[in-house]
Design a protein around this ligand. Structure first.
Ligand code: MN
Ligand code: MN
Length: 290
């Protein structure tokens, strides 16, 4: 494990921690513009911007035991990254802790789900502008364009909901006709409201625990332009804040992927850091974890 300047208020040891931050500085499968490898450390840096006290819950983040494991190494091939991330994340679940994984491109998410203990079921709420449902992309079945597909293969289509999608290929939609992964588009969220959309998502996810994978491009580029594949007509930061609050009692893990700081004023990293802190505070407030 390589050390980096840690996530704010992550002062607990691994043993003490309820939450464990891990960085995956990998962006080799990025298809449009690279740079998400710089995401983990940029999100950490920006996490120091915030007060540790949370106004809404009265919880002070400095009192929540969070550990920052640092970054996994760097890899040339996605398959090597996948193996290393599984190894890194598995002990976190085994110890009953919640991983908070900072990417990296979205290829880094499937191994975080695949590391979940075999025999225990898990649901996945997949927040993304894209469906990421290609069987293979540019010859790589571990491309970030294939991540929801790999997750469906692990947990089953009935245990995944994609929310915020607004960019797909025809083949992805055609493929999914027989597979049946549920999705709620960003346009439906805009029409029906986030409360109603989340009610629908949570009614579809029947497992006790839910893993949230946040591709930052789920959020509109007006708020989160520092990303590899920005797509207009997205969710608002407040939508995602609400989502994290609703999932909190069932949170199994969270990743925040595709933050690419060089296309950014700092706002995207700030938002990612704030959402990670929101997830932690809300999970504690929900009394699921201390
Ligand atoms: Mn994605
Ligand atoms: Mn995306």
């Amino acid at each position: 494990m390589e050390r980096s300047n840690g996530f704010a208020d992550a002062t607990a040891t691994f043993e003490e921690a309820s939450f464990v931050v891990v960085g995956v500085p990998f962006d080799r499968t990025t298809s449009f513009r690279p740079g998400a490898r710089f995401g983990p450390d940029s999100i950490r840096q920006h996490s120091w911007n915030f007060e540790s006290y949370d106004l809404e819950t009265g919880i002070d983040l400095s009192e929540i035991p969070v550990h920052d494991l640092g970054n996994v190494g760097e890899f040339g091939f996605a398959k090597d990254m996948v193996a290393a991330v599984r190894e890194e994340i598995r002990p976190i679940y085994d110890a009953g802790k919640i991983p908070i994984v900072l990417g990296g491109d979205h290829a880094c998410s499937p191994p975080c789900v695949e590391a979940y203990p075999t025999g225990k079921s898990i649901g996945v709420l997949y927040l993304d502008a894209h469906m990421d449902f290609r069987s293979s992309y540019l010859g790589d079945d571990r491309s970030h364009a294939c991540s929801s597909r790999r997750i469906v293969e692990k947990v089953g289509a009935q245990n995944v909901v994609v929310l915020g999608v607004r960019s797909v290929s025809k083949e992805e939609v055609d493929d999914n006709r027989s597979i049946g992964m549920p999705y709620i588009t960003a346009h439906e969220v805009a029409r029906d409201g986030i409360e109603s959309s989340m009610r629908k998502a949570l009614s579809l996810l029947k497992t006790d625990r839910i893993y949230v994978s946040l591709d930052i491009d789920a959020i509109d580029p007006a708020y989160a332009g520092g990303t590899g594949t920005p797509e207009p007509f997205g969710l608002t930061p407040r939508d995602v804040k609400y989502i994290l609050g609703e999932v909190a009692p069932r949170l199994a893990g969270l990743d925040i992927m595709e933050v690419s700081p060089h296309y950014d004023t700092g706002n995207t990293s700030l938002l990612a850091a704030r959402l990670a802190r929101e997830a932690i505070v809300r999970a504690v407030a929900s009394k699921r974890v201390r």
